[in-house]
Design a protein around this ligand. Structure first.
Ligand code: AMP
Length: 416
Protein backbone atom coordinates (compact mmCIF):
# COMPACT_ATOMS: atom_id res chain seq x y z
CA UNK A 1 0.00 0.00 0.00
CA UNK A 2 1.29 3.41 -0.95
CA UNK A 3 1.20 6.39 1.38
CA UNK A 4 -1.81 8.63 0.93
CA UNK A 5 -2.16 12.32 1.70
CA UNK A 6 -3.54 11.75 5.19
CA UNK A 7 -0.53 9.57 6.07
CA UNK A 8 1.99 12.39 5.75
CA UNK A 9 2.60 15.57 7.70
CA UNK A 10 1.86 18.59 5.51
CA UNK A 11 1.04 21.05 8.31
CA UNK A 12 2.62 24.39 7.53
CA UNK A 13 4.86 22.73 4.93
CA UNK A 14 5.72 23.76 1.40
CA UNK A 15 3.93 21.09 -0.63
CA UNK A 16 4.56 20.36 -4.32
CA UNK A 17 1.45 18.88 -5.93
CA UNK A 18 1.54 17.25 -9.39
CA UNK A 19 -1.89 17.92 -10.89
CA UNK A 20 -3.54 17.10 -14.21
CA UNK A 21 -4.39 20.45 -15.83
CA UNK A 22 -4.22 19.13 -19.37
CA UNK A 23 -7.57 20.72 -20.26
CA UNK A 24 -9.00 21.54 -23.70
CA UNK A 25 -8.63 25.17 -24.86
CA UNK A 26 -10.28 26.80 -27.88
CA UNK A 27 -8.51 29.09 -30.38
CA UNK A 28 -9.05 32.08 -28.04
CA UNK A 29 -7.32 30.08 -25.26
CA UNK A 30 -10.61 29.80 -23.38
CA UNK A 31 -10.97 26.61 -21.33
CA UNK A 32 -13.80 24.56 -22.87
CA UNK A 33 -13.99 21.97 -20.09
CA UNK A 34 -12.65 22.63 -16.60
CA UNK A 35 -13.52 19.25 -15.05
CA UNK A 36 -9.87 18.35 -14.43
CA UNK A 37 -9.28 21.66 -12.60
CA UNK A 38 -12.41 21.20 -10.50
CA UNK A 39 -11.30 17.66 -9.66
CA UNK A 40 -8.13 18.92 -7.93
CA UNK A 41 -9.99 21.19 -5.50
CA UNK A 42 -10.48 18.63 -2.66
CA UNK A 43 -6.71 18.00 -2.40
CA UNK A 44 -5.98 21.75 -2.55
CA UNK A 45 -8.61 22.54 0.07
CA UNK A 46 -7.28 19.88 2.42
CA UNK A 47 -3.78 21.36 2.08
CA UNK A 48 -5.14 24.86 2.73
CA UNK A 49 -6.82 23.59 5.87
CA UNK A 50 -3.46 22.19 6.95
CA UNK A 51 -1.88 25.64 6.40
CA UNK A 52 0.41 24.35 3.69
CA UNK A 53 1.99 26.58 1.04
CA UNK A 54 0.90 24.92 -2.20
CA UNK A 55 3.06 24.74 -5.32
CA UNK A 56 1.15 23.17 -8.21
CA UNK A 57 3.07 21.57 -11.08
CA UNK A 58 1.41 20.42 -14.31
CA UNK A 59 1.68 20.11 -18.08
CA UNK A 60 -0.58 21.17 -20.94
CA UNK A 61 -0.53 19.72 -24.45
CA UNK A 62 2.59 18.51 -26.22
CA UNK A 63 5.03 21.43 -26.52
CA UNK A 64 7.85 18.88 -27.02
CA UNK A 65 10.41 20.58 -24.81
CA UNK A 66 9.94 24.09 -26.24
CA UNK A 67 8.15 27.18 -24.97
CA UNK A 68 4.85 27.36 -26.85
CA UNK A 69 2.89 30.38 -25.66
CA UNK A 70 -0.50 28.85 -26.57
CA UNK A 71 0.28 26.05 -24.12
CA UNK A 72 0.95 28.33 -21.17
CA UNK A 73 -0.83 27.40 -17.93
CA UNK A 74 -1.75 31.06 -17.33
CA UNK A 75 -5.46 30.59 -18.28
CA UNK A 76 -5.61 27.65 -15.87
CA UNK A 77 -4.26 29.78 -12.99
CA UNK A 78 -7.06 32.28 -13.64
CA UNK A 79 -9.78 29.64 -13.71
CA UNK A 80 -8.44 27.93 -10.58
CA UNK A 81 -8.45 31.28 -8.81
CA UNK A 82 -12.12 31.84 -9.83
CA UNK A 83 -13.07 28.36 -8.62
CA UNK A 84 -11.28 28.68 -5.28
CA UNK A 85 -12.14 32.38 -4.84
CA UNK A 86 -8.55 32.84 -3.79
CA UNK A 87 -5.53 34.37 -5.51
CA UNK A 88 -3.37 31.90 -7.45
CA UNK A 89 0.14 33.15 -8.19
CA UNK A 90 1.61 32.37 -11.58
CA UNK A 91 5.07 33.01 -13.01
CA UNK A 92 5.31 33.14 -16.82
CA UNK A 93 8.20 31.73 -18.79
CA UNK A 94 9.89 28.83 -17.08
CA UNK A 95 8.95 26.62 -14.14
CA UNK A 96 12.50 26.53 -12.70
CA UNK A 97 13.60 30.09 -13.57
CA UNK A 98 15.02 32.29 -10.78
CA UNK A 99 11.63 34.11 -10.74
CA UNK A 100 9.76 30.84 -10.23
CA UNK A 101 12.20 29.77 -7.51
CA UNK A 102 11.83 33.12 -5.78
CA UNK A 103 8.03 32.87 -5.93
CA UNK A 104 8.25 29.40 -4.39
CA UNK A 105 10.74 30.48 -1.74
CA UNK A 106 8.61 33.43 -0.62
CA UNK A 107 5.28 31.55 -0.76
CA UNK A 108 3.54 31.67 2.62
CA UNK A 109 1.22 29.22 4.37
CA UNK A 110 -2.23 29.28 2.79
CA UNK A 111 -0.91 30.67 -0.52
CA UNK A 112 -1.04 28.92 -3.90
CA UNK A 113 1.47 29.09 -6.75
CA UNK A 114 1.08 27.43 -10.16
CA UNK A 115 4.34 26.89 -12.05
CA UNK A 116 4.53 27.10 -15.86
CA UNK A 117 4.05 24.06 -18.15
CA UNK A 118 6.58 21.39 -17.13
CA UNK A 119 6.81 20.10 -20.68
CA UNK A 120 8.39 23.35 -21.90
CA UNK A 121 11.45 21.53 -20.54
CA UNK A 122 12.50 18.43 -22.55
CA UNK A 123 13.93 17.04 -19.29
CA UNK A 124 10.42 16.55 -17.93
CA UNK A 125 9.93 13.73 -20.43
CA UNK A 126 13.45 12.35 -19.91
CA UNK A 127 15.24 14.10 -22.77
CA UNK A 128 18.02 16.66 -23.03
CA UNK A 129 18.09 19.90 -25.04
CA UNK A 130 19.11 17.96 -28.18
CA UNK A 131 16.03 15.76 -27.84
CA UNK A 132 18.01 12.62 -26.89
CA UNK A 133 17.02 10.34 -24.03
CA UNK A 134 18.93 11.52 -20.99
CA UNK A 135 18.16 10.20 -17.52
CA UNK A 136 20.80 12.38 -15.89
CA UNK A 137 19.20 15.52 -17.35
CA UNK A 138 15.76 14.31 -16.21
CA UNK A 139 17.04 13.68 -12.69
CA UNK A 140 18.71 17.09 -12.50
CA UNK A 141 15.42 18.74 -13.54
CA UNK A 142 13.48 16.65 -11.01
CA UNK A 143 15.92 17.73 -8.31
CA UNK A 144 15.45 21.42 -9.19
CA UNK A 145 11.67 21.03 -8.99
CA UNK A 146 11.94 19.17 -5.70
CA UNK A 147 14.15 21.89 -4.23
CA UNK A 148 11.21 24.31 -4.39
CA UNK A 149 9.17 22.32 -1.85
CA UNK A 150 9.49 19.96 1.09
CA UNK A 151 6.97 17.20 0.43
CA UNK A 152 5.36 15.92 -2.77
CA UNK A 153 1.79 14.88 -3.53
CA UNK A 154 0.98 12.94 -6.71
CA UNK A 155 -2.55 13.76 -7.84
CA UNK A 156 -2.29 13.45 -11.65
CA UNK A 157 -3.41 9.88 -12.36
CA UNK A 158 -3.37 10.56 -16.13
CA UNK A 159 0.43 10.79 -16.11
CA UNK A 160 1.50 8.12 -13.60
CA UNK A 161 2.09 5.53 -16.34
CA UNK A 162 4.89 7.78 -17.62
CA UNK A 163 8.36 7.75 -16.11
CA UNK A 164 8.80 11.52 -16.09
CA UNK A 165 10.64 13.99 -13.85
CA UNK A 166 7.41 15.11 -12.15
CA UNK A 167 6.11 11.56 -11.70
CA UNK A 168 8.89 9.07 -10.93
CA UNK A 169 11.91 11.39 -10.75
CA UNK A 170 10.92 13.95 -8.14
CA UNK A 171 10.03 11.59 -5.27
CA UNK A 172 13.58 10.69 -4.24
CA UNK A 173 14.50 14.35 -3.75
CA UNK A 174 11.72 15.28 -1.31
CA UNK A 175 11.42 14.53 2.41
CA UNK A 176 8.12 12.68 2.05
CA UNK A 177 5.55 11.90 -0.64
CA UNK A 178 2.06 10.49 -1.01
CA UNK A 179 -0.86 9.94 -3.38
CA UNK A 180 -3.40 12.80 -3.43
CA UNK A 181 -7.14 12.21 -3.11
CA UNK A 182 -7.71 11.63 -6.84
CA UNK A 183 -4.90 9.09 -7.21
CA UNK A 184 -5.94 7.43 -3.95
CA UNK A 185 -9.45 6.88 -5.36
CA UNK A 186 -8.09 5.42 -8.61
CA UNK A 187 -5.84 3.01 -6.71
CA UNK A 188 -8.67 1.99 -4.42
CA UNK A 189 -11.14 1.16 -7.17
CA UNK A 190 -8.83 -0.18 -9.88
CA UNK A 191 -6.62 -1.96 -7.34
CA UNK A 192 -9.38 -3.50 -5.24
CA UNK A 193 -11.45 -4.64 -8.19
CA UNK A 194 -8.44 -6.46 -9.62
CA UNK A 195 -6.89 -7.77 -6.41
CA UNK A 196 -9.94 -8.62 -4.31
CA UNK A 197 -12.86 -8.91 -6.73
CA UNK A 198 -16.21 -10.04 -5.42
CA UNK A 199 -17.40 -12.79 -7.79
CA UNK A 200 -18.82 -12.98 -10.40
CA UNK A 201 -16.05 -10.79 -11.86
CA UNK A 202 -16.96 -9.56 -15.35
CA UNK A 203 -14.82 -7.56 -17.75
CA UNK A 204 -16.38 -5.85 -20.76
CA UNK A 205 -13.90 -4.94 -23.46
CA UNK A 206 -14.63 -3.11 -26.68
CA UNK A 207 -13.13 -0.52 -28.97
CA UNK A 208 -11.36 -0.57 -32.26
CA UNK A 209 -8.37 -2.88 -31.99
CA UNK A 210 -7.44 -6.18 -30.37
CA UNK A 211 -3.80 -5.11 -30.60
CA UNK A 212 -4.40 -2.24 -28.14
CA UNK A 213 -5.89 -4.61 -25.57
CA UNK A 214 -3.95 -7.89 -25.92
CA UNK A 215 -2.06 -7.31 -22.68
CA UNK A 216 -5.27 -6.33 -20.88
CA UNK A 217 -7.00 -9.53 -22.03
CA UNK A 218 -3.98 -11.67 -21.07
CA UNK A 219 -3.83 -10.17 -17.59
CA UNK A 220 -7.59 -10.31 -17.04
CA UNK A 221 -7.76 -13.98 -18.08
CA UNK A 222 -6.00 -14.73 -14.77
CA UNK A 223 -8.53 -12.76 -12.75
CA UNK A 224 -12.02 -12.64 -14.23
CA UNK A 225 -14.83 -15.19 -14.50
CA UNK A 226 -16.40 -13.77 -17.67
CA UNK A 227 -15.19 -11.55 -20.52
CA UNK A 228 -17.58 -9.86 -22.93
CA UNK A 229 -15.97 -8.66 -26.14
CA UNK A 230 -17.69 -6.11 -28.36
CA UNK A 231 -16.69 -3.38 -30.78
CA UNK A 232 -14.51 -4.01 -33.81
CA UNK A 233 -12.27 -6.23 -31.65
CA UNK A 234 -14.96 -8.90 -31.72
CA UNK A 235 -14.59 -9.41 -35.50
CA UNK A 236 -10.94 -10.42 -35.23
CA UNK A 237 -11.98 -13.06 -32.67
CA UNK A 238 -14.91 -14.25 -34.81
CA UNK A 239 -12.80 -14.44 -37.97
CA UNK A 240 -10.15 -16.42 -36.07
CA UNK A 241 -12.88 -19.04 -35.53
CA UNK A 242 -13.68 -19.15 -39.25
CA UNK A 243 -16.78 -16.91 -39.06
CA UNK A 244 -17.37 -14.66 -42.08
CA UNK A 245 -16.95 -11.02 -41.02
CA UNK A 246 -17.53 -9.28 -44.39
CA UNK A 247 -15.75 -5.93 -44.56
CA UNK A 248 -15.67 -5.44 -40.76
CA UNK A 249 -12.57 -3.92 -39.22
CA UNK A 250 -10.39 -7.02 -38.70
CA UNK A 251 -6.72 -7.20 -37.74
CA UNK A 252 -5.66 -10.04 -40.02
CA UNK A 253 -2.20 -10.24 -38.45
CA UNK A 254 -3.79 -10.89 -35.03
CA UNK A 255 -5.97 -13.88 -36.01
CA UNK A 256 -3.57 -16.49 -34.56
CA UNK A 257 -3.24 -14.52 -31.38
CA UNK A 258 -7.04 -14.18 -31.06
CA UNK A 259 -7.31 -17.94 -31.48
CA UNK A 260 -4.67 -18.48 -28.79
CA UNK A 261 -6.47 -16.15 -26.38
CA UNK A 262 -9.72 -18.05 -26.90
CA UNK A 263 -7.93 -21.34 -26.16
CA UNK A 264 -6.32 -19.85 -23.07
CA UNK A 265 -9.73 -18.66 -21.86
CA UNK A 266 -11.07 -22.20 -22.24
CA UNK A 267 -8.13 -23.67 -20.30
CA UNK A 268 -8.58 -21.12 -17.53
CA UNK A 269 -12.35 -21.70 -17.49
CA UNK A 270 -13.08 -18.08 -18.26
CA UNK A 271 -16.37 -17.65 -20.10
CA UNK A 272 -15.51 -15.66 -23.24
CA UNK A 273 -18.60 -14.09 -24.81
CA UNK A 274 -18.57 -12.78 -28.37
CA UNK A 275 -21.56 -11.16 -30.14
CA UNK A 276 -24.04 -13.64 -31.63
CA UNK A 277 -25.64 -11.08 -33.97
CA UNK A 278 -24.73 -7.65 -35.31
CA UNK A 279 -25.96 -4.37 -36.73
CA UNK A 280 -24.31 -4.13 -40.15
CA UNK A 281 -23.96 -1.51 -42.90
CA UNK A 282 -22.55 -1.61 -46.41
CA UNK A 283 -20.73 1.72 -46.12
CA UNK A 284 -19.97 4.18 -43.38
CA UNK A 285 -18.33 7.60 -43.30
CA UNK A 286 -15.68 7.00 -40.62
CA UNK A 287 -14.21 10.50 -40.91
CA UNK A 288 -17.42 12.40 -40.17
CA UNK A 289 -18.94 9.48 -38.21
CA UNK A 290 -22.07 9.54 -40.37
CA UNK A 291 -24.29 7.11 -42.23
CA UNK A 292 -24.14 7.90 -45.98
CA UNK A 293 -27.64 8.49 -47.48
CA UNK A 294 -27.40 5.64 -50.00
CA UNK A 295 -26.23 3.02 -47.48
CA UNK A 296 -28.15 0.01 -46.20
CA UNK A 297 -28.37 -0.90 -42.49
CA UNK A 298 -29.46 -4.40 -41.42
CA UNK A 299 -29.47 -6.73 -38.41
CA UNK A 300 -27.98 -10.19 -38.91
CA UNK A 301 -29.76 -13.33 -37.75
CA UNK A 302 -26.58 -14.85 -36.29
CA UNK A 303 -22.84 -14.13 -35.96
CA UNK A 304 -22.20 -14.35 -39.72
CA UNK A 305 -21.75 -11.07 -41.61
CA UNK A 306 -22.52 -11.18 -45.34
CA UNK A 307 -20.00 -10.03 -47.98
CA UNK A 308 -19.94 -6.27 -48.55
CA UNK A 309 -21.21 -5.47 -45.04
CA UNK A 310 -19.40 -4.50 -41.87
CA UNK A 311 -20.38 -4.91 -38.23
CA UNK A 312 -20.92 -1.61 -36.43
CA UNK A 313 -22.74 -2.60 -33.23
CA UNK A 314 -23.79 -5.70 -31.34
CA UNK A 315 -27.30 -6.91 -32.22
CA UNK A 316 -30.40 -7.42 -30.01
CA UNK A 317 -29.73 -11.12 -29.30
CA UNK A 318 -26.20 -10.27 -28.15
CA UNK A 319 -27.53 -7.53 -25.85
CA UNK A 320 -29.97 -10.04 -24.38
CA UNK A 321 -27.20 -12.61 -23.86
CA UNK A 322 -24.77 -10.08 -22.35
CA UNK A 323 -27.44 -8.55 -20.11
CA UNK A 324 -27.88 -11.80 -18.15
CA UNK A 325 -24.18 -11.81 -17.27
CA UNK A 326 -24.10 -8.09 -16.37
CA UNK A 327 -27.11 -8.53 -14.06
CA UNK A 328 -25.41 -11.31 -12.10
CA UNK A 329 -21.95 -9.70 -11.91
CA UNK A 330 -20.63 -8.29 -8.62
CA UNK A 331 -17.44 -6.70 -9.99
CA UNK A 332 -17.46 -5.09 -13.45
CA UNK A 333 -14.48 -3.55 -15.22
CA UNK A 334 -15.30 -1.93 -18.56
CA UNK A 335 -13.00 -0.50 -21.21
CA UNK A 336 -14.06 0.38 -24.76
CA UNK A 337 -17.42 0.85 -26.54
CA UNK A 338 -19.30 -2.09 -28.09
CA UNK A 339 -19.94 -0.34 -31.40
CA UNK A 340 -19.44 2.92 -33.25
CA UNK A 341 -21.31 4.64 -30.43
CA UNK A 342 -20.53 8.13 -31.76
CA UNK A 343 -23.23 7.44 -34.41
CA UNK A 344 -26.59 7.33 -32.57
CA UNK A 345 -27.94 4.48 -34.69
CA UNK A 346 -24.96 2.31 -33.68
CA UNK A 347 -24.82 3.23 -30.00
CA UNK A 348 -27.60 0.92 -28.77
CA UNK A 349 -25.35 -1.96 -27.65
CA UNK A 350 -23.07 0.35 -25.68
CA UNK A 351 -25.93 2.41 -24.20
CA UNK A 352 -28.01 -0.62 -23.19
CA UNK A 353 -25.04 -2.32 -21.54
CA UNK A 354 -24.12 0.95 -19.78
CA UNK A 355 -27.65 1.13 -18.32
CA UNK A 356 -27.38 -2.48 -17.14
CA UNK A 357 -24.00 -1.80 -15.53
CA UNK A 358 -25.59 1.15 -13.69
CA UNK A 359 -28.45 -1.10 -12.51
CA UNK A 360 -26.01 -3.78 -11.37
CA UNK A 361 -24.12 -1.10 -9.44
CA UNK A 362 -27.32 -0.03 -7.70
CA UNK A 363 -27.84 -3.68 -6.78
CA UNK A 364 -24.47 -3.83 -5.06
CA UNK A 365 -21.88 -4.45 -7.77
CA UNK A 366 -18.65 -2.45 -7.95
CA UNK A 367 -18.27 -0.98 -11.45
CA UNK A 368 -15.15 0.65 -12.84
CA UNK A 369 -15.15 2.29 -16.26
CA UNK A 370 -11.90 3.50 -17.81
CA UNK A 371 -10.56 4.94 -21.03
CA UNK A 372 -11.63 8.11 -22.83
CA UNK A 373 -14.18 6.55 -25.19
CA UNK A 374 -15.77 4.35 -22.53
CA UNK A 375 -16.24 7.38 -20.33
CA UNK A 376 -17.85 9.27 -23.24
CA UNK A 377 -20.07 6.22 -23.82
CA UNK A 378 -21.40 6.01 -20.24
CA UNK A 379 -22.04 9.76 -20.38
CA UNK A 380 -23.95 9.32 -23.64
CA UNK A 381 -26.05 6.67 -21.89
CA UNK A 382 -26.67 9.22 -19.11
CA UNK A 383 -25.49 6.84 -16.39
CA UNK A 384 -22.07 8.26 -15.50
CA UNK A 385 -23.27 9.27 -12.03
CA UNK A 386 -24.47 5.71 -11.37
CA UNK A 387 -21.08 4.00 -11.90
CA UNK A 388 -18.90 3.26 -8.82
CA UNK A 389 -15.78 4.77 -10.35
CA UNK A 390 -14.93 6.44 -13.65
CA UNK A 391 -11.19 6.39 -14.18
CA UNK A 392 -9.71 9.68 -15.34
CA UNK A 393 -6.54 8.35 -16.95
CA UNK A 394 -7.12 6.51 -20.23
CA UNK A 395 -3.56 5.25 -20.77
CA UNK A 396 -2.86 4.84 -17.06
CA UNK A 397 -6.02 2.82 -16.39
CA UNK A 398 -5.30 0.59 -19.39
CA UNK A 399 -1.76 -0.07 -18.11
CA UNK A 400 -3.20 -0.80 -14.66
CA UNK A 401 -5.52 -3.38 -16.24
CA UNK A 402 -2.50 -4.84 -18.06
CA UNK A 403 -0.96 -5.49 -14.64
CA UNK A 404 1.97 -3.19 -15.40
CA UNK A 405 3.79 -1.26 -12.76
CA UNK A 406 2.99 2.46 -13.08
CA UNK A 407 6.27 4.40 -12.55
CA UNK A 408 4.57 7.39 -10.89
CA UNK A 409 2.90 5.10 -8.35
CA UNK A 410 5.83 2.74 -7.87
CA UNK A 411 8.03 5.73 -6.92
CA UNK A 412 5.76 6.73 -4.02
CA UNK A 413 6.81 5.43 -0.59
CA UNK A 414 4.92 2.52 1.01
CA UNK A 415 2.80 2.92 4.12
CA UNK A 416 4.79 2.06 7.24
P1 AMP B 1 -10.73 2.36 -28.36
O1 AMP B 1 -10.05 3.70 -28.33
O2 AMP B 1 -9.85 1.24 -28.77
O3 AMP B 1 -11.53 2.08 -27.11
O4 AMP B 1 -11.75 2.46 -29.57
C1 AMP B 1 -12.87 3.29 -29.55
C2 AMP B 1 -13.35 3.44 -30.96
O5 AMP B 1 -13.72 2.16 -31.46
C3 AMP B 1 -14.56 4.32 -31.06
O6 AMP B 1 -14.24 5.48 -31.80
C4 AMP B 1 -15.57 3.46 -31.81
O7 AMP B 1 -16.26 4.17 -32.81
C5 AMP B 1 -14.70 2.39 -32.45
N1 AMP B 1 -15.47 1.18 -32.74
C6 AMP B 1 -16.23 0.46 -31.90
N2 AMP B 1 -16.85 -0.52 -32.57
C7 AMP B 1 -16.48 -0.43 -33.86
C8 AMP B 1 -16.78 -1.16 -35.04
N3 AMP B 1 -17.62 -2.20 -35.00
N4 AMP B 1 -16.21 -0.78 -36.20
C9 AMP B 1 -15.37 0.26 -36.23
N5 AMP B 1 -15.04 1.00 -35.14
C10 AMP B 1 -15.58 0.66 -33.98
Amino acid sequence: MKKILKDINVKGKKVLVRVDYNVPLDSNLEITNDKRIVATIPTIQYLLKENAAIILIAHLGRPKGKVVSEMSLKPISLRLSELLRLPVKFVSGDCISPESKKAAATLKSGEILLLENLRFHPEEEGKNASGEKDKVAMDAFAKELASMGEVFVQDAFGTVHRSHASTAGIVKYVKDAAAGFLVEKELKFLGESLEKPVKTFLSILGGAKVSDKINVIENLLNKVDVIIIGGAMAYTFLKSQGVNTGTSLVENDKLDLANELLKEAKEKKVEFLLPIDHIIINKVDFVNKQIPKDSEVKTTIDEVIPEGFMGVDVGPKSIEKFSKVVKSAKTIVWNGPLGIFEIDEFSKGTVEIAKLVAEATENGAISVVGGGDSVAAVKKAGVDKRISHISTGGGASLEFLEGKELPGIAALPDKK
